[in-house]
Design a protein around this ligand. Sequence first.
Ligand SMILES: [Zn+2]
Length: 397
Amino acid sequence: MIDVPLNTGIRLAIGAFKSSPIASLRNIANEPPPDIRRTQNNILYASRTLKNENNPAIKYIDNTIKEAEDLQINIKQIVPREPQTIPPWLMQINTNIEITEYKKNNTNPNIYKNLFQGIIQKYPDRKHIYTDASKTTDSVGIAIVAENTITTYKLPPECSIYTAEALAIYNATLHIIQNKDTTPNNYLVISDSLSSITGIQNITHPSDISKLIQEKTYEASGMGMDICYMWAPGHCGIQGNEKADLEASKAASSPDTPLLNIYTYEDKKKQIKQVLDQKWLIQWINQHTKLNQIKNNIQTWKNPGLNRKEETILNRLRIGHTFITHRHLMEKNDPPICEMCGVDLTVKHIITECRKYDDMRKKYNISQQIGEALGPDTQSIRNIILYIKEIQLYNLI
Ligand SMILES: [Zn+2]
């Protein structure tokens, strides 16, 4: 019921003619159909709810979890975010990003290597753990390289490189805590992901994984262990870094790497949008509107600086419903006929066929293909507006 005012709103926003098909309006406005939008919002809500296992709303989202699974979207292993329990003033996180003072484009890799050696001298008697992540189109791997052990995991392919780098650091911290009995020590965790290290520094608004790292670091300090997180640039011949880099890409490509089935809310948000956009795209390409002959995707086509009136004209031409071709529906008359050619007067006829406008069509280089003539190319758009003005239909579209 609410869809009617929604559709009217969209029609007015893009200036479309009254008889325009709803699917075309939504395509031009980049507004997914209501059922898809609702599914998207429901799954997002369920994903957020699942972040906190004590959320009482969890018992009401079973249907949505099922709906997501039917779309091949798993949301159950989302990185949790429980309410803050550690007072922020007690949270002490040590990081070192000294090397960022030397800019990448004017620092030689060897200089970086020497800088790195200089900085780690300041942390004597610490064990070093190097972490890295690797992402290809369909696979994600992480590596945690400690002195005597190398741990690698695969992550679900929807994990971003940021998630992967941060989870690698998180697993390094877990490794430290798990090995507390054998080697109570101080540690230097070294990563080539600057955003991960600066993310851990953020105490007031940490990301979900940064918060987990902070909590584990706090736990470790309670056990008498000090951890410092340090940034070192990748691919500069720093041995531990190179090793972690190699192990992470091996982990991503090998079928035998164990899977760590975890991902963040941000990863899910992106995946949910991708899956539902795909669903919308399939719905769209199975439509048979006039706009389908011009636009076979659901992307927004950019307005190359047209004013409101021109944009309205362009939208109406693309949708194929205009005042001159469709006013008879409102006036309850017969459809209009082209006086010159004796055929039905349609947008396609006006733009690509009508003999009356042959000269003007040549003058403005209007394509005979309606899809090209009304396509996204900036020059074609400018030409179409000039053509419509010249054939004196500017106020009749
Ligand atoms: Zn004609």
